[in-house]
Design a protein around this ligand. Structure first.
Ligand code: AMP
Ligand code: MG
Length: 270
């Protein structure tokens, strides 16, 4: 079951995904009624697997979260990534680059936050903004951003070849769902801090963002660094799908506890 869901959400290299034909409300037969319990079970698995990652020296995990405003990046962090022991997990938010960051190549700020061996790094936005917001707003000329897809693939290949497992999630919501979520941010005092007037200008560029995402998904889903498209209108399904794929990814890393040091097994503490 799990394997099938993961398989269906995976962007196969070169598959040219069309976001308009992927329903953000899709739930693949999963039931809302059992979602809470299923998520709890998956969170327990995540905790166990991360413990093995932390204990051994069997690699590192990089999780990339991308999606348009209100797509649920924060919610995914809160509901899924909190299963990880904070000792071995860092979350990095990539916002508008600082002058110092802009003075370097665009991967410089990202590379500093890739996971150390034994740890998980979660990127809330990422180097992909450099072919998303940067492309949509023409912050650099096309000749510059259009070369970045290959550069990003090579960067990720380099990380993978050096022991980092990479998994990337695109949280796919509908335009209507975004309208409702933005409206809720305006109308709810506790959510208002998340709203910026600029969010409405970004919304006007919906189609441009979708085209930019399609190119990312088409060109940058690789064997060593796959993209998954997560239908995300229903938050419970989004959480379940992300958690399942993380469990499967960590499972495949074949993590095991390090062998006991010499003379330890059978020792009796007086
Ligand atoms: P938020 O995720 O709501 O905190 O917003 C972060 C903002 O930073 C978003 O509007 C992103 O588009 C923007 N941002 C992230 N990376 C870049 C980048 N490389 N260049 C320009 N803007 C960026
Ligand atoms: Mg925002």
């Amino acid at each position: 079951m799990t394997e099938r869901l993961r398989e269906r959400l995976l962007v196969k290299p070169g598959a040219r995904p069309q976001l308009a034909s992927i329903d953000p409300r899709e739930t693949f037969g999963r039931e809302r009624a059992s979602a809470e319990g299923d998520l709890q079970a998956l969170r327990t698995r995540l905790e166990e697997l991360q413990d093995r990652l932390w204990a051994g020296d069997g690699g590192a995990l990089l999780v990339v979260l991308q999606g348009i405003d209100t797509s649920g990046k924060d919610g995914t962090l809160r509901h899924v990534m909190t299963a990880f022991n904070p000792q071995g997990c860092t979350v990095t938010l990539f916002g508008v680059p600082t002058p110092q960051e802009l003075a370097h190549d665009y991967l410089w700020r990202v590379h500093q936050h890739t996971p150390a061996r034994g740890t998980v790094s979660v990127f809330d936005r990422s180097h992909y903004e450099d072919v998303l917001v940067v492309r949509v707003h023409e912050l650099v000329p096309k000749e510059v951003w259009s070369r970045r897809y290959d550069q990003i693939n090579r960067f990720e290949e380099h990380l993978a070849a050096n022991g980092t497992t990479i998994v990337k999630f695109f949280l796919h919501i509908s335009r209507e769902e975004q309208r409702e979520r933005l409206q809720a941010r305006i109308d709810t005092p506790e959510k208002r801090w998340k709203f910026r007037l600029g969010d409405l200008d970004e919304r006007k560029r919906w189609d441009e963002y979708m085209a930019a995402y399609e190119e990312v998904l088409d060109r940058c889903s690789t064997e060593g660094a796959p993209w998954y498209i997560i239908p995300a209108d229903r938050k419970w399904f989004r959480n379940l799908a992300v958690a399942e794929i993380l469990v499967a990814t960590l499972d495949e890393m074949g993590l095991s506890y390090p062998p006991a040091g010499e003379g330890i097994v059978g020792l009796v503490v007086e």
